[in-house]
Design a protein around this ligand. Structure first.
Ligand code: DP6
Length: 335
């Protein structure tokens, strides 16, 4: 068992003592796609990762969350206009997250969240959701937390949320401290205006095992997982180099191999975790065929059946011709 302090103790130690809630606060955070994935935790309660990861934030695509104090004994969580049951799922996680920051007896809150991420695109809304919630909490109570604290605290909601605090390329350093306060993300200085991500929605079938349970199963049961931290460390270095040198082929190839390596560890778990559907494999083969023909096109995938395509602006027409339903994001283009 972990001897670490609890998430609430850690948060309470860092908060300014005199914070007063205001009448209302609202914040936006982008979704993000990892090019070097976060997969596996060294501490489950604090979402401390086994490996560092690197992502790109999706600009205008993400979550907007509005917080306001309400009368009553319970919080109210609204997701895309629908009041959620507090019994489980997203709303229960939201209430536990809010409890990290407030004192017993302080007013309950209404949490109104809108995701503009295409439904069924298989993008984790928990990353942008917890990052937006963290930013809104900071504003509502006027905490004035630093970007590093905001990122480390967003991690307590969902690991990948630590990266959604920032725009552009973002690295989440794993940290070494027991309280995890050095396990936060930081934005990279480099921009890449030509960089494109295509969201390829292949199936909206709900996944049976979420990423939280999936990564735990992998750590617990897959011997192949032993090789994952080495793969991730090597990939992280290559992705930094690719970003420095704006070497798209190196970036794409490394991100694709990183995603497939992560999926290899999932498949080697027991019971096996295969998020791929026949459509996923067909799309991978189409990407590989186009690449053989000379198109610099790569993919990454998370804990779901859909692909995210990686390419450059000058190839957008060719990519759209092959994948007409693709939703294209230009993460570095001015909003
Ligand atoms: C495959 O951040 O959703 O998308 O920390 O348990 O909330 P928890 O997990 P989560 O895992 C994301 C896993 C991934 C890879 C990534 O985004 O790096």
């Amino acid at each position: 068992m972990s001897q670490n302090p609890s998430p609430r103790q850690i948060v309470q130690q860092q908060l300014p003592k005199q914070a007063q809630p205001g009448p209302q606060a609202s914040a936006f955070a982008p979704s993000n796609i990892a090019l070097c994935k976060y997969w596996g935790k060294r501490d489950k309660a604090l979402n401390l990762p086994i490996n560092p990861s690197l992502s790109v934030s999706l600009g205008q695509l993400g979550s907007r969350t509005e917080l306001s104090p309400i009368d009553g004994a319970e919080d109210r969580v609204i997701l895309n206009g629908e009041v959620q049951s507090l019994e489980g799922g997203f709303a229960a996680k939201v209430v536990s997250f809010l409890d990290l920051f407030r004192q017993p007896g302080s007013p309950r809150l209404q949490v109104d969240t809108h995701n503009n991420i295409p439904t069924a695109a298989g993008l984790a809304s928990s990353a942008s959701g917890f990052a937006a919630l963290m930013l809104a909490v900071d504003k509502l109570y006027n905490f004035g937390l630093s970007p590093e604290q905001l990122s480390a605290f967003a991690r307590l909601g969902s690991g990948s949320a630590s990266r959604s605090i920032f725009e552009g390329f973002v690295e989440w350093q794993m940290g070494v401290r027991d309280d995890g306060m050095d396990s936060h993300a930081r934005p990279l200085a480099q921009s890449w205006p030509n960089f494109r991500i295509g969201l390829l929605t292949l199936t909206s079938a709900a996944k049976s095992v979420g990423s939280r349970a999936g990564m735990q199963r992998t750590v617990d049961t897959a011997h192949l997982y032993q090789s994952w931290p080495l793969q991730a460390a090597a990939d992280l270095e290559r992705i930094h180099q690719a970003i420095e040198q704006q070497d798209f082929e190196l970036l794409g190839a490394t991100a694709e191999q990183n995603a497939l390596s992560m999926h290899a560890t999932m498949i080697a778990s027991w019971p096996p975790l295969l998020y791929w559907q026949p459509e996923s494999v067909a799309a991978m083969q189409q990407v590989w065929a186009l690449r053989e023909q000379g198109l610099p096109l790569y993919f990454t995938m998370d804990a779901g059946p859909n692909l995210k395509l990686l390419f450059q602006g000058q190839d957008q027409q060719a990519v759209l011709k092959a994948f007409p339903s693709l939703q294209v994001v230009a993460p570095f283009e001015a909003a």
